[in-house]
Design a protein around this ligand. Structure first.
Ligand SMILES: [Zn+2]
Length: 323
């Protein structure tokens, strides 16, 4: 394990040594390159070691009962037995490195999964399954498509924490007809027919949370805000959408009036969440050429994950730990 992470450790060390880091300037985090990837994962065994160390940083645990008193199988490598949750001493529960991960049902080598994931996490605007299929050249397009979706699902953040500080909230619409894509969104809401509403919250310099919603009524918007934003928030900034009009009753809330040409009033603006929308839209429309309602949540998970880990030198390892 220590051997494998040397590449990552060196990368982090390089960043910390840099002048920009010392000055506290925004740092450019270099992600693992293709050659570093190949160096780190020369074979299937290196992937197994890596998965094991990220899945069980404190030693192997039974995926069923979380007990760490497990026995390595003598006959099969990367398999263990747990007597705690087996039927009896003679019939222990057996599990492997893949049990309970997204790789469990797959016969594909881990190396193949790792390559797909690496391409996904280092592509700022995402990468299509077709492109992955072309680049990696194995299996069918369908296989790449399936692997990408499983990996997106694994990027859903399990440790959700409510947002604090100054939080921007905004809603947007995804998909819809071709002719509406470049329409000036400033005026009316008529262009939203057939589009899917998405709501998002972003804490300044922090994380983004976004979610597909059925409609943009007051109840739906308020429910999202109450769930996503901490009661101890310093300020919530939104546009003048009427659905936000009661937020001031429960938290410090300021609105910016886009319709009258106001975009920034001191701390009050929604520029960060709008940048995220633009990244998401450029990615979804440019890379995936639109997505359906069924799969939109998976793309939201993917884009949020990359955004929230933008300063993480080992984004790949973080993603593997969630698989
Ligand atoms: Zn067990």
């Amino acid at each position: 394990m220590p051997l494998l992470t040397t590449v990552v450790r060196n990368a982090i060390f390089q960043i910390m040594k840099s002048k920009a880091y010392e000055k506290g300037e925004p740092k450019i985090v270099r992600q693992m390159t293709l050659s570093q990837f190949d160096e780190m994962f020369p074979d299937e065994e290196s992937c197994r070691v890596y998965l094991s160390s990220h899945r069980w940083p404190n030693g192997v645990r039974c995926p069923r009962c979380q007990n760490d008193h497990v026995y390595l199988s003598k006959a099969r490598p990367w398999h263990w037995q747990c007597k705690q949750c087996g039927k009896n001493n003679r019939a222990p529960y057996r599990f492997s490195l893949r049990t309970g991960t997204i790789f469990e049902e797959s016969k594909k080598p881990l190396l193949q999964w790792f390559k797909v994931l690496h391409l996904m996490v280092v592509s700022k605007k995402g990468i299509s399954a077709l492109q992955i299929h072309r680049m990696l050249g194995y299996g069918s397009y369908r296989t790449s498509w399936y692997m990408c979706h499983r990996l997106r699902a694994a990027m859903n953040d399990p440790e959700f924490r409510q947002l604090m500080g100054i939080v921007e909230i905004d809603e947007t619409y995804m998909g819809g007809k071709e002719k509406n894509k470049h329409a000036n969104k400033r005026t009316n809401q008529r262009g939203t027919a057939g589009k899917i509403p998405v709501i998002g919250a972003i804490s300044r310099k922090g994380n983004v949370v976004c979610k597909m919603i059925e409609n943009t009524d007051t109840e739906t918007l308020t429910r999202f805000v109450r769930k996503t934003v901490s009661d101890k928030v310093d300020l919530v900034a939104t546009d003048e959408h009427s659905g936000y009009r009661y937020l001031g009753w429960v938290m410090p809330h300021e609105m910016i009036s886009h319709s009258t040409g106001e975009y920034v009033r001191g701390e009050v603006h929604t520029n960060n969440i709008e940048s995220f929308w633009s990244l998401l839209k450029r990615g979804v429309i440019g890379t995936y050429h639109n997505v359906s309602k069924k799969y939109l949540p998976l793309y939201l998970a993917e884009f949020s994950f990359r955004f929230n880990n933008r300063n993480e030198a080992d984004i790949f390892g973080k993603a593997i730990a969630g698989c």
